[in-house]
Design a protein around this ligand. Structure first.
Ligand code: 5RP
Length: 233
């Protein structure tokens, strides 16, 4: 059996439900296409009697959940979450990730940290030996964003990374996140010390959060193109 990328993403989501989702859980729903496939699959289980309470990591995920009839609770009201399921843009073998390809990294990180466990779902193309080929998104406040950009460039240079930094645009307009901030994509190629870079970026005034998730995921569920799926913990 040969699966395409979307089929492999769906497979990972289905396996994650089997392995990790249990009655009575409070769930964080991730963002991006893989997570949205997961949400659609979860809706079928809920229709069959699965009893879970959910909150979401982006307005786009809220929209998908509404479309398939999953009620979304205010994150302020739901309390400690049992499990968040979310997808990466890149993930290494220590479950360190780059996220934020959909510009949802801030809400994703907040919800991951509010969860007892985070499990990543992905197709096998997301697994890398070293993070950095995927541009690292950094969420910055709009005020003086070019000053913040210079500080980021200086930090990256100090860590030996000659990055090209671009403000993310769509249809020639700046992308604005669900929290009203800009996204700067840092084309680093290769990140030697992801935990250090994650911490240092967040020390720059103007940086709200960055897309390095080095401590969140406890494991991953991978959908492979040959039709198999794997759980790694
Ligand atoms: C959004 C994200 C997504 O989870 C990440 O971009 C993966 O997306 P996809 O499942 O579409 O490949 O971090 O901010």
């Amino acid at each position: 059996m040969q699966l395409n990328q979307n089929e492999a993403k769906k497979l990972a989501g289905r396996r994650a439900i089997e392995e990790f989702v249990r009655n009575g859980m409070r769930l964080g729903l991730g963002s991006g296409t893989t997570s949205h496939f997961f949400v659609r699959e979860l809706a079928k289980h809920i229709a069959d009697g699965l009893d879970v309470t959910c909150t979401a990591t982006s307005r786009s995920t809220i929209d998908v959940a509404r479309e398939v009839g999953i009620p979304i609770m205010d994150p302020n009201e739901i309390g400690q979450l049992d499990l968040t399921i979310d997808g990466p843009d890149e993930i290494d073998r220590d479950f360190q990730m780059i996220k934020g390809g959909g510009a949802c990294l801030l809400w994703e990180k907040i919800i991951a940290h509010a969860s007892t466990q985070m499990i990543t779902i992905c197709d096998e193309s997301k697994i890398v030996d070293r993070l950095g080929a995927f541009p690292l998104p950094v969420e910055v406040v709009q005020f003086a964003w070019k000053q913040t950009e210079r500080m980021i460039a200086r930090l990256l240079q100090g860590q030996g990374v000659e990055a090209r930094i671009v403000r993310r645009t769509r249809d020639e307009r700046p992308v604005v996140t669900d929290s009203g901030n800009f996204i700067l994509d840092c084309h680093c190629q290769s990140i030697a010390n992801a935990p250090l870079l994650e911490t240092e970026l967040n020390r720059i005034p103007g940086v709200v959060e960055n897309g390095l998730f080095t401590r969140e995921a406890a494991g991953m569920v991978v959908g492979c193109f040959d039709g198999t799926s794997h759980v790694r913990l």
